[in-house]
Design a protein around this ligand. Structure first.
Ligand SMILES: [Zn+2]
Length: 72
């Protein structure tokens, strides 16, 4: 029996950086499709979420692990 893919469960973020243009922040959203994997930070993951789902990507969402930012 194949082992369950548990390795991402307790990881706070992906190793890859956000793929959005000129961003490069830590990524918290992984979008997988047969032809490619994309990674986005929480901001760009939220921004592109609807389009990614619409284009058939399977989303792994770690945005709830982002620590709250102190608002200035
Ligand atoms: Zn980003």
């Amino acid at each position: 029996m194949a082992q369950a893919p548990v390795d991402i469960v307790d990881r706070p973020m992906f190793r890859e950086r956000c793929g959005a243009k000129r961003c490069g922040a830590h990524s918290y959203v992984k979008a997988e499709r047969a032809d490619t994997d994309l990674y986005f930070c929480a901001h760009h993951g939220t921004q592109f979420m609807d389009g990614l789902v619409m284009h058939g990507f399977t989303i792994t969402d770690l945005r709830d692990t982002v620590l709250p930012q102190v608002q200035g």
